[in-house]
Design a protein around this ligand. Structure first.
Ligand code: SAH
Length: 411
């Protein structure tokens, strides 16, 4: 395995305020609080970026939050079938694109590296031309980079020992055809919030900030949005708001899509984007989870996972502005069933019995059932401009086959 030289990690996550990172042995909460005392309330996106990405105390910097013993479980950690199906899908896209010679593989926010390992294992058998392409991982956490290095390299065959490059930002992805994936990456990018005050023509949108109420953090209203800001966020701000309504805009997500779309529109490629969210704004969706339970968003900064619901409509606007189309989103359960998860699971179930078989079927149910991850999680595909809908995104479905059926978990 080869690695690009380590670049210097950002002191904090991208949009963060430098002052938050300055300090000695104080906690992240103390550092944020002293910044607020010194310079006034901070924006929600700066707070979120510090909690997740602070170089010393950020949530993703100090260990492995995934799995039963961590704070949350993601689809690739539920079953290897998830990675297999995504790998098959990208192999199909690669084939449709004519298997471009200088293709690179990309993953944004690879966590433990499980998804990339499982996709590569499919490629090694069915699409060796993809298995031998360089892998570019966008990951800010040095701890998780080490986990990814160990897992992905350990599972490459001698013939396809992976060449892995890590980047702190999507801007550093190479100028080449990119085939890749981002699962639960966009929800971890810092989101800004706005709050509507007043009513009718007397009302106005304000920045929603975080200040101090005694020694605890609390939301406070900031300045009204300027004319230019109102224009920038017009796609995100809902019409006819009521006093106290909250809207969100993820500037970091907008920029990531802009960068990917510029590359893909020029060089070709395809990116699967999977996350929980909506095809539009979700109001106040900021949430915190620790040890599989929801906690207050101000709960011990740096120790809980903060995330927000991805606004796929906003990502789609950014893609279109930069020469690509974002197809979807469609619910994850429907997508996986349409691309053949049930058949693949049936096949796998033939080779196991008892508890292993029950676990396999339970995992498929968890990934696809609307009551679990099948509906709230959505799948979208970033492609160059073109016509027609690729598999999994069709709006109609041939009779006699199941479209949404099967998302009941019957594998
Ligand atoms: N895709 C994985 C992990 C999702 S958790 C899975 O499905 O299991 C979010 C991942 O994104 C983590 O690897 C985290 O370290 C990374 N991450 C979060 N914010 C990031 C940022 N601003 N830039 C790059 N990576 C980031």
């Amino acid at each position: 395995m080869s690695r690009t030289p380590e670049k210097t990690p950002p002191t904090t996550a991208a949009s963060d305020n430098e002052n938050i990172a300055v300090g000695d042995n104080t906690t992240l909460k103390d550092r944020i609080a002293s910044q607020i005392r010194r310079a006034g309330p901070i924006s929600v996106d700066n707070f979120m970026a510090a909690c997740l990405g602070d170089a010393r105390a950020g949530y993703y910097q100090h260990g492995d939050p995934f799995g039963v013993t961590g704070d949350f479980i993601t689809s690739p950690e539920i079953s290897g079938l998830f990675g297999e199906m995504c790998g098959l899908y990208l192999a199909h896209m690669f084939e449709l694109a004519g298997q471009p010679q200088n293709t690179v593989i990309a993953e944004l926010g690879p966590g433990r590296g499980t998804l990339m390992r499982d996709m590569r294992s499919v490629w090694e058998t069915l699409m060796p031309a993809l298995a031998c392409r360089p892998i570019h991982l966008v990951e800010t956490s040095l701890a998780l980079r080490r986990a990814q290095a160990a897992l992905i390299a350990a599972n490459g065959s001698a013939a396809t020992t992976p060449e892995i490059h890590w980047h702190f930002s999507c801007d550093d992805l190479p100028d080449a055809p990119i085939f890749g994936i981002a699962n639960e990456f966009f929800d971890a990018l810092a989101v800004a919030q706005f709050v509507w005050r007043g009513s009718g023509v007397q009302g106005s949108w304000h920045h929603r900030l975080i200040g101090l109420k005694g020694v605890e953090f609390g939301f406070v209203d900031g300045p009204a949005l300027s004319r230019a800001e109102l224009a920038d966020y017009s796609g995100t701000l809902p019409p006819e708001p009521k006093d106290g309504d909250v809207a969100e805009f993820c500037g970091a997500g907008d920029q990531v899509i802009a960068m990917l779309a510029s590359r893909i529109s020029q060089n070709g490629g395809a990116m699967l984007i999977i996350d929980y969210g909506r095809d539009g704004t979700a109001g106040d969706s900021l949430q915190a989870v620790a040890e599989h339970r929801p906690v207050n968003v101000f709960h011990q900064p740096g120790t809980a996972d903060l995330s927000h619901w991805v606004d796929f409509a906003a990502l789609s606007r950014s893609a279109a502005t930069h020469g690509c189309r974002l197809i979807g989103p469609v619910p994850q359960g429907r997508f996986l069933m349409r691309i053949g998860l049930a058949q693949r699971a049936e096949q796998a179930a033939l080779h196991c019995e008892g508890k292993t078989r029950r676990n396999l079927l339970a995992a498929v149910d968890r990934l696809t059932s609307p009551a679990q991850m099948g509906e709230v999680f959505k799948v979208a595909l970033l492609l160059p401009q073109g016509v027609g809908l690729p598999p999994g995104f069709e709006t109609d479905f041939p009779s006699g086959t199941s479209s949404d059926a099967g998302t009941d978990g019957s594998a």
